[in-house]
Ligand binder design. Structure first.
Ligand code: DQA
Length: 145
């Protein structure tokens, strides 16, 4: 079982960025913990972060034929990117959308997601635990949990 974790723009700043909303944990610590959690369930997890939409699109393309599932925190691209939506649908790999914050409790422009209606599910508002919950949901969907 091979899975891919994608993080979009500004998530490299976790730990420094608006800690009142996103907490003090770094992306590296989230990735490391998730890798271990995936491994404990018999899955290998690749992690990729980019601030560039095209780089995320290309990483999704590369997952074709390799990854059975994708976890994605697309950051602000969640609310704007038809290109990411098309890439995820194009490779036809099941994906879970996740967010640290509860996007529905924030500004109106964060209420819309261009990914959610095609996701296996959405996890939002649990801080770093959103990543673990999304992993469990994806593994369950793939019949591994
Ligand atoms: C986010 C929520 C988005 O609205 C925001 O643009 C982010 C982070 C989250 O994890 O809560 O960059 O995806």
């Amino acid at each position: 079982m091979h899975l891919l974790l994608l993080n979009g723009p500004n998530l490299n700043l976790l730990g420094q960025r608006e800690p009142g909303i996103y907490g003090n944990g770094t992306l590296a610590s989230i990735e490391e913990r998730l890798r271990q959690e995936a491994k404990a369930e018999g899955a290998e997890l690749d992690c990729f972060q980019s601030n560039f939409e095209g780089a995320l699109v290309e990483r999704i393309h590369q997952a074709m034929g390799l990854s059975q599932g994708i976890l994605i925190n697309a950051g602000a691209y969640t609310h704007t990117s038809i290109a990411l939506r098309d890439a995820l649908l194009g490779v036809a790999i099941p994906f879970v959308e996740l967010h640290l914050s509860n996007t529905h409790a924030r500004e109106n422009f964060r209420h819309r997601s261009l990914l959610a209606d095609r996701a296996v599910g959405v996890v939002s508002g649990f801080g770093p635990m959103s990543y673990s919950l999304a992993l469990q949901g994806l593994l369950h969907h793939l019949g591994q949990f």
